[in-house]
Design a protein around this ligand. Structure first.
Ligand SMILES: NC(=O)c1ccc[n+]([C@@H]2O[C@H](COP(=O)([O-])OP(=O)(O)OC[C@H]3O[C@@H](n4cnc5c(N)ncnc54)[C@H](O)[C@@H]3O)[C@@H](O)[C@H]2O)c1
Ligand SMILES: [Zn+2]
Ligand SMILES: [Zn+2]
Length: 385
């Protein structure tokens, strides 16, 4: 079959690879009809997350179940399913406590309680390096889905792929950012980053009762998209100071909730990039620092953007003096997918307007380039195998 294979930073190729096979009685094989590229894939693409051997990428995908192992009971051959990005057994302590992304069984080689840089990682993720289980991903014609009963959700046959595909990652991730913040009705939510995750978070914020939603980015075309698809007020951080503007918009106090949907690959000057390398850091915490400065006293910060190392100068003084609550991490897609799919099917939530490009899988190398380099007004690419 054809698949998107990572070789080295900035080098992904569409190649012929062996078809996936059932390896355990709880496996299923999904024939993929739609898949997407995520900002998280860019951390591998840009070399922020090491991957020493070639690997099939992709953790946002859906399709039709083609085969199941002898111990699969809930999912049937022919079912149309959306796959949650984390590989989850459904029965370990973390899976039973609504934290499937911390599954104790899906990453046997590198899992552990420590959360280190190169060891003690979390549960397995599709197509997300050997550190996260070495599972082949879904930017391919088909994928092996371990514990398919727990990992996927069925979707009705009559709804287009594009309407439900983002239940695999960006919608559950936006959901987590708002859930973690304990958003109260009428509160003001500021979101740093108008990428797919920021836009999904803005949509969920409205659904969950926000009074105002403000989206910050440096790219005018993405801010326009935030106004268009998420009815957000916007701040262009390339022309105005984010913290001052947010305070000016909120009677000097700052937003009740700030969401970091940027992460370590924040926009940096050449000097900052050198300084980060000298300090042995993966990227920088500028976006998180901005959230912690901007949010009101006793406010809440949700960290959805990925951070991959230790960071100097973490503003713990601000955390303490302002009495902040900060919660971040990998979201747990299987915990919110049912609620999200209901909203999508009932059309109380729409997210297909986040996609800017639909391209054949064969064009994956170009798709990675335009998404990474923010060319051609790219916001989110859906690939069709
Ligand atoms: N926690 C999770 O479970 C989870 C799930 C999916 C994605 N993510 C992470 O979320 C982050 C965003 O993902 P995405 O797909 O939207 O990526 P993306 O790269 O498309 O979006 C990031 C956006 O941040 C903007 N940005 C950069 N510097 C900024 C600054 N100083 N202020 C404001 N905006 C700035 C960029 O212009 C870009 O539009 C990534 O780190 C990704 O890995 C986390
Ligand atoms: Zn993703
Ligand atoms: Zn588990």
């Amino acid at each position: 079959m054809k698949a998107v294979v990572y070789h080295k930073p900035k080098d992904v190729r569409v190649e012929q690879v062996p078809d996936p096979t059932i390896q355990s009685p709880t496996d299923g094989i999904v024939r993929i009809t739609s898949t997407a590229i995520c900002g998280s894939d860019l951390h591998i693409y840009n070399g922020f997350l090491p991957q020493p051997r070639p690997m099939v990428l992709g953790h946002e995908f859906m399709g039709v179940v083609e085969a199941t192992g002898a111990d699969v009971h809930r999912v049937k051959v022919g079912d149309r399913v959306v796959v949650g990005f984390s590989v989850t057994c459904g029965t370990c302590w973390f899976c039973m406590h609504a934290h499937p992304s911390h599954c104790e069984r899906s990453n046997p080689k590198s899992y552990g309680p420590d959360g280190g840089v190169l060891e003690g990682k979390g549960g397995g993720l599709f197509g997300y390096t050997d550190l996260y289980g070495g599972h082949d991903g879904g930017q391919a014609e088909a994928a092996r889905v371990p514990w398919i009963d727990a990992t996927v959700r069925r979707v009705p046959d009559d709804i287009p792929d594009e309407h439900v595909l983002f239940a695999s990652d960006i919608l559950p991730t936006g959901w987590a950012g708002i859930e973690w913040s304990g958003l109260q009705p009428g509160e003001t939510v500021a979101i740093l980053g108008a990428g797919p995750v920021g836009l999904a978070t803005a949509k969920i914020a409205w659904l969950r009762g926000a009074g105002r939603v403000i989206v910050v980015d440096l790219l005018a075309y993405r801010l326009e998209k935030a106004r268009l698809v998420a009815r957000a007020e916007t701040i262009n951080a390339s022309v105005t100071d984010t913290v001052e503007t947010l305070r000016a918009m909120t009677e000097g106090r700052g937003p009740d909730v700030c969401v970091d949907a940027v992460g370590m690959e924040v926009h940096r000057s050449a000097f900052e990039k050198v300084a980060n390398v000298v300090h042995g850091q993966a990227g920088s915490i500028t976006a998180l620092d901005t959230c912690m400065r901007a949010v009101r006293r006793c406010g809440r910060v949700s960290v959805l953007g990925v951070y991959g190392s230790k960071y100097d100068n973490f503003p713990f003084h601000r955390h303490f003096d302002k009495g902040l609550s900060v919660k971040g991490g990998q979201s747990d897609p299987q915990s919110s997918m049912d609620a999200i799919l209901t909203l999508l099917v009932e059309e109380r939530l729409r997210a297909h307007d986040i996609a800017s490009h639909t391209l054949p899988l064969e064009d994956a190398a170009r798709a990675y380039r335009i998404f990474n380099d923010k060319l051609d007004d790219c916001v989110k690419v859906v690939l069709k195998p």
